[in-house]
Ligand binder design. Sequence first.
Ligand SMILES: C[S@@+](CC[C@H](N)C(=O)[O-])C[C@H]1O[C@@H](n2cnc3c(N)ncnc32)[C@H](O)[C@@H]1O
Length: 317
Amino acid sequence: MGKKLSKFDHRKNITAVQQREIQSIYCYKGDRKFLNVSNVNYMYPIDDNESDRIQENYNLYRYVWNDNFSAPIKDILNSNNTQVLDIGCGPAMWTLEMATEYPKSRFVGIDIAPTFPIRVKPNNVEFLQENILTGLPHADNTFDYVICRFMMFAFTTKDWEIAIKEICRVCKVGGHIEFMEKDILFWNEGNFTRKARLTFVEELRTKKKIETVITPKIPRFIADTKQFPVIYHTERNVPIGKWGGVLGENYKFIYTWGAKNLKSIMKDCGYNEREWDSVIDKCMKELSENDGYDKIHRFWAQKEELLQHIESYVIEV
Ligand SMILES: C[S@@+](CC[C@H](N)C(=O)[O-])C[C@H]1O[C@@H](n2cnc3c(N)ncnc32)[C@H](O)[C@@H]1O
C-alpha cells in the first residue's frame, strides 16, 4: 500500500503531490477508479457514481428495516460517551445519521478509501483511513458497539476470519457486534438467472477468492472467536421488480446499478462489458416476471470473556 493519506477532501483544492499520493492507492480500468492495494480484493469502483449507489442502497435498506441496527443498544447509545465503530463506512450515511440521532455517543468510521466527508460532519464523528485487514489502531476493548455492513465484495473467506477477529478484539467485553450482509442468491429465480448466478458465484470463488454466499459462514466466524456464546439472526425479504411495488422497482434499479458497476472488474473473469450488461438485464427481467426476491441478513452478538470450551448457538429472531 502507498503512503497513508492525510485527511482532506480529494475532490477539491488538492496539490499535485497529494494527487499522486491519492493515485498511489488507486488504478483506473476504463473510466472507473478502483483500489490498488496489495492483498485488498475490493471489487467495486471508488468514485462518485459508486458513492451515489452506496447512498441509495443505504436509503433503501433503512426503509426495509425501518431502523439502522438490530442489537439491543438503544439505551447505551443514549448514555454519555458510548463508543461506536463503523467498519468500511464508505460515504458514511450510516455513521452520519446515527451520530446525529445519538449525539451523546461518539462515532468512528473507518474505510480503506477516504470517501467519507472530511470537513462537514457532526462533532461526535471521526473518520480514519484504515485497512481492517492489517489491524486497527485501537486498543483491545475500546468500543461498545461495532457494525460492519455490506463487505461481501471486499473480503475473501480468509479475510472475513481476520476482520471478525479484529472486530472482536476492539469490542469491549459486554459490548455488541453487528453484521448486515446479503448473498448472491435469489428466491423465485428462473432458469436463465440460476445459470448466470451459479457461474458468477463460482467464477468469483475460483478466480478472485471472493465468497459471495457468505451469510451462512458468518455465525461460524463469530463463534470461532470464543467470545460470543449467543448469536442472533434475522432477515428481511426484498422484492425485485414491479410485482413488489415502488420498493420492488427501486430495488431492481439499485441492484442493476450495483451489478453493472462490477463490469470492468468482471473483464478479469472473462466477461465482455456489453455481454455482462445484457446478462444483468435479462436476469433482472426474469426475476421481476417470476416475483423474485432477495434476502438481507443481520447478525448480532454480545461479547463475553474468552470461553475456551463453549459452543455458540444461533437464535432466530
Ligand atoms: C459496499 S461498501 C459498504 C459501505 C457501508 N458499510 C454501507 O453499508 O453503506 C464497502 C466499503 O468497504 C471499504 N473497504 C474495502 N476493503 C476494506 C478494508 N480492507 N478495510 C477497510 N475498508 C474496506 C470500501 O472502500 C467501501 O467503502
